[in-house]
Each structure stands twice: as C-alpha cells, then as structure tokens.
Ligand binder design. Structure first.
Ligand code: GAL
Length: 384
C-alpha cells in the first residue's frame, strides 16, 4: 500500500467511525446508563430476550444468560440465550446457549418450561455449568425439577447432563430427629392454610412427603463463595420453603448438605450476594407473574441461620418492588461493595415484552436499600 492510499484509508475510517457508521460499532456503545423498565436493545438493535436471568463474569467480560420468551407463550421454544458485555450497559447477542430439543423424548423438548437459568464456572474442571428450573412438557409446574447443563465454552452450546428433584433420601441438616420421625402426613390435611397445617409445614410435612423422590426445586439461583464452594438456592416444598444445597467440587452434584430457610415463609425468586463477610438474600413472595413486596434475609454463614428483615425497597411502588420480581444480584467488578439488583417486570400476556429492572443496591446502616431511578449509571458507586 503506498503512502497516499494509506492516508485515504485512515481518513475514511476516522470519518466513518466519527459518524458512527462502521457496521461493527453500530450499536456497540450506544448506552452509557441504565433505564430500568425501558426497552433495552442489543448490538443488533433488537430487544434483549434474556428473562429471569443471571450474570457470570469471566475473563473481563460479563455474560448474561436468560429465558428466551415468545410473543404469546412463556414456554421454552428456543432455549437459554446469552449476551456479553464489558461495561454492563451494551450487550452483544451471543446466540442460544442451551437449545430446546425437537425430540419429543427429551426433557427439554420444545414447549417445556425452562426458567431462571444461572451459569457458574468451575476452575478445577474448566467447565461452565448451567442450572435452571425445568418443568416437563404438559405437566404444568408439578415436576419441579432442576436441570443441569455443561459446556466447554462460556457461550455454549450447553448439553443437558441431568435433571430431577434434589437430594432424594437425605434429610436437611436443620431438621430435628423429632421432625424427621413425625407420623403427621400431608394426607392428614383436607384443608391447606389452617394454623395446624402451617405448623406441620414448618415441621417439615412436605420434606417428609418428598423424602424418597427428592425435594422440589422451582425458582432458583446459584452462588459461588470466596472459597470456591457453590450452592443451589431454590424454592422448595410447594414454594413454601427455600432450601440451600451445597454442590460437589465439580458443581455437577449435591454433597448432601442442605438446609431449609424460612420454613412456611413462602419465598421465591432468590437472589444472593456477599458483602463484608455477610450474606444477603433478596426474595419475593409467591404471586405468580404479579409483583409483590420484596423480602430481605441475612446470615453470617451461607447455610444459615438466616434472619428475615422487612422489604428493602423504598418509595413509590416499593410494596410491589417497583412492579418487578428479583432474579439475581450482580457484583460490579473493579468497584468496592458495588452490587446491582436485577429483576423482571413480567408481561405474561406478551412475555417477550417483559422488562428488566436493574437498580443499584444502596446501603443504609449496613443494610441494602432499593430506590427507584428512571436513569442511573455506575458512577453512583463512586462516592462511597
Ligand atoms: C413466578 C416465578 C416465575 C414463574 C412464574 C410462573 O412466581 O417467579 O419464575 O415460574 O411464577 O407463574
């Protein structure tokens, strides 16, 4: 290339990029802030389709995994999608990480229910491990399975390796001998929600019912602690009680250590984070796609004891968590004690139009507080 051509080419590139016309850059640095509840487009200018999601930070990049939703159905007709970002504002579409199957025998056949996928990286095996809530086709929400899928590449393709209930034949660590051996059965109760029934639930009525087949697992998240140990946190016992189960070193199985959290407390949509050696969990109540007031729990150890606190949301619409339901808490890299509350504003009549509510987690007297912002950016974390 002679000197003149080189100069012309350089000039052309400068002019095109100044005008924002280089195709690769078209939508890439479009956002410099978060606008909760507004349509959020990817690098192709298409609304991000990754609901009930979770974020993995790997090699200087954030990866967002979520449920692909259709125009009319909440069922899985595509699978789990993946987007990547280096700044948390601008997201590149990385395609489908876990695809549904065309095989009617597959547990993840098109039309099954795949919700709240979360991915963690196992440094020992070099594998990316995805857990998600799986409901088998045609059975509503009755199966209450967890699905586990694995990939060698962060963006996939992920391969389903197993699915089922949790910790079959094993008692939770925090159930007493008396509770384990009780003869009270769920068939003893004609009516739910009576004081006697609630007392029995707290005493592990449904843990005993599901002991042999394994504990139910619906809304869920994963958490990796500083020591590399990972935990599966899920709504169990007909969504009446959360359970936290420790995973094996390869993250593919359970160690058998698990606890019940807030028995009978009716918590779901768990999102967990750790700050200053203390564990925080934000959850919701159980009202399906409709929003309700968030709850907050804290613990000194991940396996508890967990203490319940009032709704961390403040201001207008706080009693509906700003019309949203928790899904994940993102630790912001490179900033101390900076966390983003990630939630979904579901639109069950047009699921694809569900909106993302990302808000900064602020702290008052050491406790997390959520406030609404029409628009905000990461500089909010600077003045701490
Ligand atoms: C919500 C749950 C969602 C989805 C929905 C179905 O309570 O958080 O993930 O399962 O119920 O009605």
């Amino acid at each position: 290339m002679n000197c003149k051509t080189y100069l012309y080419l350089t000039l052309l590139i400068v002019v095109l990029s100044c005008c924002g016309f280089t195709p690769a850059d078209k939508n890439q640095n479009r956002y410099a802030s978060f606008s909760p509840g507004e349509v959020w487009e990817d690098d192709q200018g298409v609304a991000i389709n990754a609901h009930g999601g979770g974020i993995l930070y790997y090699q200087d990049t954030y990866y967002w995994f979520g449920e692909h939703k259709g125009e009319r159905s909440n069922a899985a007709f595509v699978g789990v999608t993946c987007y990547s970002s280096t700044d948390l504002y601008n997201w590149r579409n990385e395609g489908v990480a876990l695809s549904v199957s065309d095989n009617p025998e597959s547990p993840i056949v098109k039309g099954s229910t795949i919700e709240r996928p979360k991915v963690i990286y196992n440094a020992k095996t070099g594998k990316f491990v995805m857990y998600f809530h799986l409901e088998l086709i045609g059975r509503g929400y009755e199966a209450a399975h967890v699905g586990v899928a694995v990939s060698d590449q962060v963006t996939g393709p992920y391969r389903l390796v197993k699915h089922g209930r949790v910790n079959a034949g094993i008692w939770p660590m925090n159930m007493t001998e008396e509770q384990r051996n009780s003869n009270v059965k769920h068939t003893d109760f004609e009516q739910w929600w009576t004081p006697e029934w609630m007392a029995a639930i707290k005493d592990g009525l449904l843990v005993r019912r599901d002991f042999e087949g394994g504990q139910m697992s619906r809304d869920m998240t994963l958490f990796v602690d500083d020591d590399g140990k990972a935990y599966h946190i899920y709504a169990s016992e007909e969504n009446l009680t959360l359970q936290i189960a420790e995973l094996t070193d390869d993250y593919l199985d359970y160690t058998g250590n698990y606890v019940r959290v807030e028995p009978g407390g009716h918590n779901e949509a768990p999102a967990i984070f750790k700050k200053g050696g203390r564990y925080f969990m934000i959850t919701s109540g159980c009202t399906g796609w409709d929003p309700n007031a968030a709850r907050l729990l804290t613990a000194e150890r991940v396996m508890g004891t967990w203490t319940l606190h009032p709704n961390p949301a403040r201001g207008e619409d706080a009693d509906l968590t700003f019309q949203s339901q928790s899904t994940f808490v993102i630790p912001v890299q490179g900033k101390r004690d900076a966390f983003i509350f990630m939630a979904d504003r579901w639109r069950p009549r047009r699921p694809i139009d569900g909106r993302y509510i990302w808000l900064p987690i602020l702290f008052e007297d050491g406790m997390p507080v959520l406030k609404w912002f029409d628009e905000w950016d990461l500089s909010i974390f600077n003045n701490k």
